[in-house]
Design a protein around this ligand. Structure first.
Ligand SMILES: *Cc1c(COP(=O)(O)O)cnc(C)c1O
Length: 384
């Protein structure tokens, strides 16, 4: 059936109809008083979502563009940084930093495992000359479904005193509590097609006062992604360049929906959907890839041994028009991933689990008790 797709991947995520409709208006001038009012409202709500008093800057880019802005504005060529990596995105940040001549110390953890904050602590404590300028870390590693212990890593960075903490929060912002000011996170990057419930095209960067001080001495070349002008414009409810006006209409509506739901409720919904998905998958006799204590609230990675994950995905798509994500890089063909980030309800989770039962039965996954997944998910929804 046409147009009946259920998008259960960790980005792009589903977009509410209200948001889609908001985007279908004619564009208006980005220097008009009407648009200035919209920017003002968006910026207030972005601060609310980020739990910060600082301006949150919006750039026209995907999440990677936001991360690039987060690096080139606060560091210089030759700077030493630690990049903690336990998946594809961690690796991307090391590659990105190196492309700009930054000296990266890669802490590579096996994919699927959690970054041990002790390794970061040891490296920071050994740096008595305070040469390390930043610790770069992915909060929710989307490629494996692991949520890293950002709070503890950040504490070690704070004890170091000099280094900035630069965070990829692309699949954690709007899914799990991330109190930016309270923790004192310096640079936090995210992207619109993840927790924001709008299509791809916008990147967001929250910047601390300490990071703005580092900005003053950063010598990496930048122009379009020079965040200085973005900051200046934001205080005047404006933008330095033409923003994607229609995406901004969508963002305005999505942020209103989020405020109406409330941060606590949004986090609780993601927690429930994550727990339900994980319990259901286990009840169906499929191994989870990430440990319970470090489960991403955006995506659950499943590592089946009795069925081919790519077959699960293709039958799921063909029979039920449900899109799941596959494994990336070294995990290709080894896992499939169920996205539950953003505009995802309990009904969506129950739908994907019941469809998964049907697919597993068709593929001859024998250890499964039909109905066990739905029962497990239902139990979580009743309890939480
Ligand atoms: C999606 C994602 C990004 C950004 O990817 P883009 O395609 O550039 O939007 C960055 N980090 C993580 C953890 C992600 O999931």
């Amino acid at each position: 059936m046409e147009n009946n797709n259920l998008l259960m991947i960790p980005g792009p995520t589903p977009v509410p109809e209200k948001v889609l409709l908001a985007q279908t208006k004619h564009p208006i001038g980005h220097r008009s008083p009407e648009f200035s009012e919209i920017i003002g409202e968006i910026n207030e709500n972005l601060k609310w979502l980020h739990q910060t008093q600082q301006e949150v800057l919006t750039v026209t880019a995907s999440g990677t563009g936001a991360m690039e802005a987060g690096i080139i504005n606060f560091l210089s060529a030759g700077d030493r940084v630690i990049v903690a990596s336990n998946g594809k995105f961690g690796e991307r940040w090391a590659d990105l930093a190196e492309a700009f001549g930054i000296k990266t110390d890669r802490v590579n953890i096996t994919w699927g495992e959690v970054i041990d904050p002790e390794i970061i602590r040891e490296k920071l404590e050994a740096d008595t000359n305070k040469e390390i300028k930043a610790v770069i870390v992915t909060h929710s590693e989307t490629s494996t479904g692991v949520l890293n212990d950002l709070e503890t890593i950040n504490r070690h960075v704070k004890n170091h005193g000099e280094a900035l903490i630069i965070v990829d929060a692309v699949t954690s912002l709007g899914a799990v509590n991330l109190p930016i000011d309270e923790w004192g996170l310096d640079v936090v990057a995210s992207g619109s097609q993840k927790g924001y419930m709008i299509p791809p095209g916008l990147g967001f960067i929250a910047v601390s006062e300490k990071a703005w001080q580092a900005y003053e001495t950063s010598t990496l070349p930048k122009f379009y992604f020079d965040l200085g002008p973005y900051r200046k414009s934001a205080t005047k409810n404006s933008t330095p360049f033409t923003p994607p006006i229609n995406l901004m209409f969508g963002l305005q509506t999505a942020l209103r929906m989020m405020r109406e739901e409330g941060l606590e409720n949004i986090f609780a919904r993601h927690e429930r959907n994550t727990r339900a998905t994980r319990e259901a998958v286990q009840a169906l006799g499929l191994p989870l890839f990430a440990p319970d204590h470090a489960a991403s609230r955006a995506v659950t990675a499943v590592a089946p041994t009795t069925v081919d994950p790519e077959k699960v995905r293709s039958v799921m798509k063909k029979q039920f028009d449900i899109s799941l994500a596959g494994g990336q890089n070294e995990l290709k063909g080894k896992i499939f991933r169920i996205g539950h980030l953003g505009f995802i309800s309990e009904r969506d989770v129950l739908t994907v689990i019941s469809a998964l039962e049907a697919v597993l039965a068709e593929l001859g996954h024998e250890s499964m008790k039909p109905g066990a997944g739905v029962a497990a998910a239902t139990r979580v929804f009743a309890e939480l």
